[in-house]
Design a protein around this ligand. Sequence first.
Ligand SMILES: [Zn+2]
Length: 295
Amino acid sequence: MQSDCFVVEGKLALPYQYFAGKTGSRFLIALRDEKKILGAKCPTCNKVFVPPRATCEKCFSKLTDSRVELKPTGTVTNFTVIRYEEPYQPIKPPYILAQIRLDGADTPLTHIVRGIPISQMKTGLKVKAVFAKKTTSTIMDIDHFQPDEKFKMEIGYTFDELEIGMSASFTKTISETDVYLFAGISGDFNPMHLNEEYAKKTPFGTRIAHGALPQCLIAPVLGMKLPGLGTVALEINTRFKAPTYFGDTITATGEIIEKIEKKKWVRMALSWTNQKGERVAEGSALVIPPAPLPE
Ligand SMILES: [Zn+2]
């Protein structure tokens, strides 16, 4: 009796290392240790390559000893919008991936551009590198490029500029002072927030913050980041899942999950996590994004 082969599909994760090369290593080390973007200048034809390379592609001169430092500013020559999600991507789509010709360079560097609505992105835009706070010894030591022009975001994202999947966060450490001020603001002097001896006898074992204190960290997200200035919140729902202790660092995140065309409103998924990655709360919001500014 004969039967077909039964095929089981699988994937292998393959950790690997590679040598960035002499020229590439020098580029990455300068980026990591000096926050400098290096290029190589051809001594024969004067072409400036960024990132540097070992040989001139135009006249084949050796460039291994050339080291020129570029300014962190440049011009977008080309760009695309990444909308699909893959595990290797540095940030969550949608985002803008651009080719940026640094001032003084002849070749473009490919990187992320943030801080401009996708609909307003254009070639010719002047951008500036924003270096990462934490080094990864990769090209991501430049976190992204942002507009260097007098690009003023006087309002947040309008309905048409918002896309499903866009997200923004705000992070803050909740201190004892925050809790006492919040008690004064709200009038909630519940001893479980203010009296350590009392709180010891509760299931939490110590004082905890008012639930509405971490919750209100979503306000700077909605009102200042996404959709941003001019946003009107219609509804905010919250389910509390874990307590916030004094000293906890809470990240509030909002993500666009639905565009309600008829009303020009958007629905957002909300989440609050602490420094351990535990979900403190989750919920949703219904907001009116800012109306476009008159021309
Ligand atoms: Zn050359």
